[in-house]
Every structure is written in C-alpha cells, then in structure tokens.
Design a protein around this ligand. Sequence first.
Ligand SMILES: NC(=O)c1ccc[n+]([C@@H]2O[C@H](COP(=O)([O-])OP(=O)(O)OC[C@H]3O[C@@H](n4cnc5c(N)ncnc54)[C@H](O)[C@@H]3O)[C@@H](O)[C@H]2O)c1
Length: 391
Amino acid sequence: MATEVPYFTNAENGYVPAKLAHRSAASSQPLRLLRFVVNHVIPDTVKFLLQLIPLALSGLVGLVLPSKKKSIHGHTALVTGGANGLGRALCLRLAREGCQVAVVDIDLAGAQRTVEDVRALGVKAEAFLADIANYEAVERLRLEVESKLGPVDVLVNNAGLLAVLSLSEGKPADLERIVNVNLLSHFWTIRAFMPGMITRHRGHIVGIASIAAYFPVGRFIPYTVTKYAVRALMESLNSELRMDGLQNTIQTTCVYPALIATRQQFMDMLDKLNFLKRFYVFTPEQVAEQIIRGVLINKREVFVPSIMALFSKQFDLDEKLAILTPENVADSAIEGMLRGQVDVYAAPFFIRLFMYLSGILPHVLTSLLIQTIMGKVPTLMDRTKKNSRAD
Ligand SMILES: NC(=O)c1ccc[n+]([C@@H]2O[C@H](COP(=O)([O-])OP(=O)(O)OC[C@H]3O[C@@H](n4cnc5c(N)ncnc54)[C@H](O)[C@@H]3O)[C@@H](O)[C@H]2O)c1
C-alpha cells in the first residue's frame, strides 16, 4: 500500500480558510486565555517541574563525577568529504579511536591519500567515490560500504561547500548546489544509514554545521542559511529520536566550529574580507579533537571554541500577549518591522515562553517540555500501521 504523504497541497478550488470552530463565539478572549492557563499552562508546568527532579539529581551527580566515555573501538565510521580539511582530520582521529573508516568524497585521489594515512594507523579503511548530494548515489554508497566494511555505526556528515556568496551573487544552479551539498545530503545519508543503526541498537550521527548557524555573517548568506538548517535538522532529529524512545540507541552531535584553516583558496578569500585579522583560525586537527571528545561523551552540541556555547542562545521576551490569528501575525510582523526587530515571534504567549526557555535550557529539558505539552506523538511507523489497518 502506498503511504499517503501528509503535506497540505492546494485543493482544486484553492485553500479552504480555517475556522476555529471549537471556540465558542460568545466566550471572550481573556476568558479563553484564562481557561487555557488553568487547563494547560499550570498542569503542564507542574508536571514538567516534577519530571525535572530526577534530571536535576543526575545533573548534580554529573557535575561531581567526570563524564563517562564510551568506546567506539571496532566501530565503522563513515566521513563525508574525507579527502581534505576537517573531514580528513576526522578520519585520522576516528582511526586513533580504533574505528575502521569509510572515506567518502567526490575527490577520489584525495580520499585515497586519506585512506593510506588511516591504514598506517593500523585500522581498515576504504575510499568511496560518491556525490552525497545525490540520493541514488548515497543509496549505492550504502551497499558498497556495507559490502566492504560492514554497516555504519558512526556517520559524520562533514562535506560542505564553503561558499563566499552574498544574496545576489551566484547563478541559480550554484545556490541549488550549495543547498544540495550542505543540507539535503544530510537527509540522504541519515535516511540511508539510520535504519541499520536502529536495527543494531547502536549509532552516532554527527552533523557539521558552523558557528554561522548561531551568528550569521553577511557575505555568506546561502552558506549561513544551510548551516542554520543543519542545526534545525539535528535538533529536530534529536526530538524525534526521543519521541520514538531511541535516545539511548542513537546519539547525535551537532558541531559549530569557527574558522578552520582548510583550503588555501578559502583562506585567501577570508583575508580579502579582513576576517583573518579579526578572528582566530583553528587547525583541522584541533577541531577534530574537540568533536571526537564530544562524541565519546555523547555531547549533543560541540562548539569550537567551546566558549561560544555561552553566547549562542538568543531570546526575545518583548512581545505582547496574543492568540494566534492571521491578523495577529500580520500585526506582529508590521510592528516588528517598525520597531526594527530582527526576529518576530508571532505566537501565543505560552509558545513564546517555551521558545524563551528552549533558548536557555539544555536540549534534554526542551525535549522533556515538548513531551509534557504534546504527550506521545505517533511516529511515522504508527501512522503507517494505522493507515494499513484502515485499508
Ligand atoms: N573551514 C572553515 O572555516 C569551516 C568553519 C566552520 C564549519 N566548516 C564546515 O566544516 C566542513 C568541512 O569543511 P572544510 O573546510 O574541511 O572543507 P574542504 O573544502 O576543505 O573539504 C570538504 C570536502 O568535501 C568534499 N565534497 C564537496 N562536495 C561533495 C559532495 N557533493 N560529495 C562528496 N564530497 C564532497 C570536497 O571534495 C572536500 O574534500 C564543512 O561542512 C564546512 O561547512 C568549515
């Protein structure tokens, strides 16, 4: 049976405007808000605080005891973009942990050089030529890697195009390529390799974003957009793993590095933009070291330098209380524009409060909060089962 894809397309006669039918026209907005607070906000807050107790206790223990390191010795790691720069350094660092390494790149000669250096460290390694922006190529890659090295346990989505392009620069095809390599490739590799991790009850997915995912800089607009999106992908993947009860089976780490000296061409470009005078540049080895240390203690986010974690959370509480209607959203947008605000959260107060909290709370608390509010959300698998029962 073909599963119906649940997204909302325009029907033949256009969109049907939504009516908030369940809300009685007679009840006033303050009364509705009061009911919402009494029925949802207060019970959910109490429930959330109660659920925090075991977490707080384990957090306190964690402060005193050093983080427990896991072993990835003997695991198979796959690194995209392993021919050069950070990817190459990651392959070598993973080899030092005892992983056998699949080095994937469109630059086969470079990948083979990495393979030779990895093998010199006494572990198995193979080079694979694949354009990870192409879904079919990634599916073929999975079969090839599995036949030569076995199933992948550690997936490192590293390959990316370091595009120094402003909004109006680059041809449409350049922008499509940047999005395909920097973002869609993560979807294809996760789709290809995660099911095997679930079946074998072990896996770690690493996504290389950039500090630009928290601090956007002009002159890198398409690049920055893709890195924000990688951050969103990794955070929502995490939430879904938790919803599916897989948080102890598959770990994720999203990495936010500052500048790394990888390609000379890129360094020259940064020099022209005066970036090199103002920012410290890390070596790929320094960054790879921080990433693998983070992976070994299942850190969800790795910032290089780590101090950036302190500055990475943004929030804005300066919003008026509103129940969401198209008019409210339009009002908020216009008001935000007039006030020169960079972000406008046009959402009910509780959601904005939640966004504020999610900005300052570690992810585990955020996920807990989502689960408190939403309850158990049916997984795609549950939905497919329900659909087939209905047939
Ligand atoms: N260099 C930096 O300053 C910096 C800073 C923050 C984040 N990053 C991120 O780190 C990652 C690695 O960057 P780097 O500086 O080592 O880049 P790099 O250009 O030195 O290496 C990237 C590698 O990916 C490969 N690659 C590109 N497209 C591919 C494709 N479609 N399929 C397979 N392989 C492909 C390239 O051939 C190359 O070997 C990127 O995601 C980048 O965005 C880099």
